[in-house]
Write a protein that binds this ligand. Structure first.
Ligand code: ADP
Ligand code: F6P
Length: 321
């Protein structure tokens, strides 16, 4: 008879704090008497049986590290029933009675499919975009924003020296959460995000007015979902006469040592995920609601809508002259 085994994997885009979550899952599960296996490269590793046994020391010295020691991947095969069935077979052979899936909405869809095949899975939300509807907070968001702010502050130095407008793209595939929060934190004159319609003429008017009022350098913050920072910078230069440059911050935002908030959130969520699997409860995803840890049925979680921080966007706009 195989000892009850819990698997842990990271899937989708990486996020700082994933390692802290892995550490928490491994240690909490070992403490409860489970055997623990780390599955490498997300569902890809699960389908191909790429896993190794983990002990208390396997997760030493990782709480402070960015990335994921289990690596991550996107696995198109897992979107097909045949892929899920292959994974189920691998789990049964390895005696896996539950899996903690650390990732985003896509990874949770996979977790729901595998749970439906009798392998209970619990999702732990991790993405720098913070666009997972069922949770106020996802692992990695705070660190990514602090990295972005550090970079934008540096760009501000050179923008000021040259009396320029710097148009900066931050990450956020479909979401403007990073842009709005880093925008207000960096004193951006304008924030352009997918959630709120924008009018380029109004943006130009605002820059002109601020220029007339004596403002000499400008930060225009653009969410990745909008993109086109080169075009925007050229347009601003032509329309206002203010010399402009564009920068895409890119993957630098995905790396680095996780912040306190990300380490604490990851440690807490990982622990709760194991508590559910201990009771053989699967098809759940962990979330934060009113600053407390909660869990939801995965389908329910996926159908939720996340309210956008319109108030914050409006405040940023009002105080950015
Ligand atoms: P995230 O988890 O960050 O949202 P992705 O959307 O890239 O990232 O999803 C990660 C992985 O989850 C995919 O590569 C795939 O293996 C699995 N996945 C995504 N969507 C589905 C789906 N609808 N059904 C089953 N598995 C899925
Ligand atoms: O979802 C996180 C994220 O960093 C998005 O902001 C970005 O659009 C995407 O992942 C990029 O993913 P990758 O370069 O890994 O394909």
């Amino acid at each position: 008879m195989l000892q009850r085994t819990i698997g842990v994997l990271t899937s989708g885009g990486d996020a700082p704090g994933m390692n802290a979550a892995i550490r928490s899952v491994v240690r909490a599960a070992l403490k409860k008497g489970f055997r623990v296996v780390g599955v490498q490269r997300g569902y890809n590793g699960l389908i191909h049986g790429e896993m190794f046994e983990m002990n208390m020391r396997s997760v030493s010295n990782i709480i402070n590290r960015g990335g994921t020691i289990l690596y991550t991947a996107r696995c198109p095969e897992f979107r097909e029933l045949s892929g899920v069935l292959k994974a189920k077979e691998v789990c049964e052979k390895a005696g896996i009675c539950g899996i903690v899936v650390i990732g985003g909405d896509g990874s949770f869809r996979g977790a729901a499919d595998l749970s439906a095949q009798g392998i209970p899975c619990v999702g732990v939300p991790a993405t720098i975009d913070n666009d997972i509807s069922c949770t106020e907070y996802a692992i990695g968001y705070d660190t990514a924003m602090n990295t972005a702010v550090e970079m934008i502050d540096k760009i501000r130095d050179t923008a000021e020296s040259h009396d320029r407008c710097n148009v900066i793209e931050v990450m956020g595939r479909h979401a403007g959460h990073i842009a709005v929060n880093t925008g207000i934190a960096c004193g951006a004159t304008t924030i352009i995000i997918p959630e709120i319609e924008f009018n380029m003429d109004e943006i130009i008017d605002k820059l002109r007015t601020a220029h007339k009022m004596g403002k000499q350098h400008f930060i225009v913050l653009v969410a990745e979902g909008i993109g086109k920072v080169d075009e925007i910078a050229k347009h601003i230069q032509e329309a206002t006469g203010i010399e402009s440059r564009s920068t895409i911050l890119g993957h630098v935002q995905r790396g680095g040592s996780p912040s306190v908030k990300d380490r604490v959130t990851a440690s807490t969520m990982g622990y709760y995920a194991v508590n559910l699997l201990e009771k053989s409860i699967g098809n759940r995803v962990i979330g934060i609601k009113n600053d407390h840890v909660v869990d939801y049925d995965i389908q329910e979680a996926l159908s939720m809508k996340k309210p956008f921080e319109v108030d914050l966007y409006n405040i940023a706009n009002e105080i950015s002259f």
